[in-house]
Design a protein around this ligand. Structure first.
Ligand code: G3P
Length: 221
């Protein structure tokens, strides 16, 4: 299972890239805007840091302009994946640009039907929004399992990219449900690496270690 970082913050991207944990990055207009920087500059910097798929989203709502924007965005770097929202206009844009070889992450998906129609229309990735779905009292991870099952039954090669991972539990459930990728915000990935019990255990080990006479542990200075 791959991990993408769900952010446009280059400091966070650098930090996790150093840990070797991230295979790609996803952004959306809100995440880019949050950085308050020039769009192209941010995207170029992200592409320099991570050698993997970098999702960047179109901002128009009509198919013709989405297609123009997708072509424009795709030219920014060979690793760019264009995010297109799951609307009727989005399907039209997906159909056109995927035939031109542009990789599309079909996004803001809330139903299994939206996902398999996107796979049929040539999406490289589909992004079900698990956390936002949970917020409407529906099991987001059930949606992931349904999409994974449909893709397996019908032989779609489109990857299921679990998005809106608002806490570590969502990520675990996405992994158990068979998502190919989870796109995870930095704060959630930070939390996934830690356990209070790890800290307590480590503290205990080192306290015992300190009881060994100093000359017998001088190897460590
Ligand atoms: O790419 C952003 C997507 O993952 C949405 O996340 O937490 O705003 O629902 P959230």
């Amino acid at each position: 299972m791959e991990i993408f970082l769900d952010t446009a913050n280059v400091e966070d991207i650098r930090r996790f890239a150093r840990l070797g944990l991230i295979d790609g990055v996803t952004t959306n207009p809100a995440l880019i805007a949050r950085e308050g920087r020039d769009f192209r500059e941010v995207v170029a910097e992200i592409c320099d840091i991570v050698d993997g798929p970098i999702s960047t989203e179109v901002i128009s709502l009509d198919a013709a302009t989405m297609i123009e924007e997708a072509r424009m965005i795709a030219k920014l770097h060979p690793n760019i994946v264009v995010k297109i929202p799951a609307t009727k206009a989005g399907y039209e844009a997906l159909n056109v640009v995927s035939q031109e070889g542009i990789k599309v992450n079909f996004t803001i998906i809330y139903t299994a039907n939206q996902a398999w129609l996107a796979a049929k229309a040539g999406a490289t990735y589909v992004s079900p929004f698990v956390g936002r779905l949970d917020a409407t009292s529906t099991h987001g991870s059930d949606l992931i399992a349904e999409i994974v099952q449909i893709f397996e039954i019908h032989g779609f090669v489109t990857k299921v990219l679990a998005a809106s991972m608002r806490n570590e539990i969502y990520v675990k459930h996405a992994a158990l449900a068979g998502a190919h990728i989870a796109t995870i915000p930095p704060e959630v990935l930070d939390a996934m690496m830690e356990s209070e019990l790890t800290d307590v255990s480590l503290k205990g080990f080192l306290a015992e270690w300190e009881k060994l006479p100093r000359e017998k542990r001088e190897y460590f200075k």
